[in-house]
Design a protein around this ligand. Structure first.
Ligand code: FSX
Length: 383
């Protein structure tokens, strides 16, 4: 359970953590991890030290959160909650007062609706999972008799920050793919008068979700984002740039069937349809489930789930991505260096990974280039 009912008995986070037995040393260690994650972002972004983040977070007063789940599969909450252990996620979730979330709240029916209305009436952080179906007056997703669009608009009104978490909330994801039968759209197609932070992925990495919330609390500001609204600290680099299998790509060593010798040797999955060259995500750095593994690490090609319209643009998933530049062209020392950082942190706790991220200063990508895909027609435009 993310919500700690006893967590907010004192006015500030620092006092509450002390009451809960969290020492200054432990809190600083956690803030050091966050500083490392934030420092992984774009060159020129403001950097804060662990001490600065700790001071800021310690002074935070109860951050109320409305966490909606609209048209989605609950994978995003699973990603947030299921890593286990003492992680960035766990600590950040203890910082929050999640007053409304369908999955984890004890209340139901009228009591749940009242909790939502009460939190909506105050300043709060709004986190949204899931897409918003606009067709047929939104009948495909309703809560308490209100359409998802109505629920979203009401919850956004007094929100101090809005996070769209997961491909569904970012652009509609699979349900918005052709022919998009429910008219599904992402949050930023409804909320247009202020920034929506897009935490992309199906699902996104738990640490990226919670670090984005922590960024808001630690900076009183939204993080720098790319053209897709994704926080640059986690989405400024392609998977291809830091993939531990990258040396095999550069050497022309490819897996050609899932059970061949190359697969057993951990060679490059490009010819199995890997979309890593067209996908911006920190998967190789953060990995999943306490840094246990990640799709490419487990031998499966990346399907590109952090990219808009990935289902229409990247399927069939096992077809080779066209026009990826080959051996030698992108093998600059800087990028190969990042590949080695990715390999080095494998098997090490997120603390160490984040430290490696912090110390890797040269982090440039070709974000301005169009991504390679099979087709770039926006989803849902054809019926
Ligand atoms: Fe979508 Fe999330 Fe994929 Fe599922 O809430 S991003 S279908 S993992 O659960 O919204």
């Amino acid at each position: 359970m993310p919500y700690h009912p006893d967590a907010w008995q004192a006015p500030t986070l620092g006092e509450n953590l002390k009451r809960a037995g969290v020492t200054r040393r432990e809190f600083l260690a956690f803030c050091g991890v966050l500083a490392g994650i934030f420092a992984g972002g774009a060159a020129g972004a403001p950097k804060a030290s662990a001490e600065q983040i700790a001071d800021k977070l310690a002074a935070v007063t109860k951050p109320n959160v409305v966490w909606l789940q609209l048209q989605e599969c609950t994978g995003c909450m699973e990603s947030t909650l299921r890593s286990g252990g003492t992680t960035v996620e766990e600590v950040v979730l203890k910082l929050l007062s999640v007053n409304y979330n369908e999955l984890v709240m004890a209340a139901s029916g009228d009591a749940a609706n009242k909790a939502l209305a009460a939190t909506n009436a105050e300043p709060h952080i709004l986190v949204v999972n899931g897409s918003i179906p606009l067709k047929d007056n939104g009948i495909y997703c309703t809560i308490g008799g209100e359409s998802a669009e109505q629920v979203l608009r009401a919850s956004a009104e007094n929100a101090t920050a809005i996070l769209a978490v997961g491909a569904c909330a970012v652009w509609g994801s699979v349900q918005a793919s052709r022919p998009n039968p429910t008219g599904a759209v992402g949050v930023d197609e409804i909320i247009r008068d202020r920034p929506v932070i897009n935490v992309a992925g199906c699902p996104p990495i738990g640490e990226v979700i919670t670090a984005t919330v922590a960024y808001l609390l630690a900076h009183d500001d939204v993080p720098q984002t790319d053209a897709e609204g994704r926080p640059l600290f986690a989405y400024d680099q392609r998977i291809h740039d830091s993939c531990p299998r990258r040396p095999h790509f550069d050497a022309g060593q490819y897996v050609r069937t899932f059970d061949d010798e190359a697969a057993r040797n951990g060679w490059c999955l490009y010819e199995m349809g890997c979309k890593g060259p067209s996908t911006f995500s920190a998967c190789p750095i953060f990995q999943w489930n306490l840094h246990t593994s990640w799709p490419i690490g487990a031998g499966h090609p990346c399907i590109g789930c952090t990219e808009r319209h990935f289902f229409d643009r990247f399927t069939p998933f096992y077809r080779v991505l066209p026009n990826v530049r080959g051996f030698g062209v992108e093998g600059t020392a800087e990028k190969i260096g990042w590949g080695l950082v990715g390999a080095t942190v494998a098997g090490v706790a997120i603390h160490a990974g984040a430290t490696a991220v912090r110390h890797a200063t040269a982090r440039k990508t070709e974000a301005a280039e169009p991504l390679n895909a099979f087709g770039d027609d926006p989803a849902g435009t054809e019926e």
